[in-house]
Design a binder for this molecule. Structure first.
Ligand code: SF4
Length: 73
């Protein structure tokens, strides 16, 4: 866990840029999601560079799949 009271910023700009880049390269839902939330990546995995999170699975991926099924796509 990050101790924000110490005034230390957990965000490293170089790492943040990697989240959407990896998502763009690896995820078929990127056009819909645009790379998700860095905060979920960090607090679920402790790493800004991961792609899939429980948040994006539940709020983006499953929603897109359900809509696709409903629309017959
Ligand atoms: S759905 Fe998840 S893995 Fe896909 S682009 Fe969004 S955050 Fe990345």
């Amino acid at each position: 866990m990050v101790d924000l009271s110490a005034g230390e910023c957990p965000v490293q700009p170089g790492l943040l840029g990697q989240c959407p880049r990896r998502c763009r390269q690896e995820c078929e839902f990127f056009a819909f999601c645009q790379g998700g939330q860095a905060s979920n990546k960090y607090f679920e995995h402790g790493d800004f560079t991961v792609t899939e999170t429980a948040y994006c699975r539940n709020s983006k991926i499953e929603l897109a799949r359900a809509l696709g099924e409903k629309m017959g796509v």
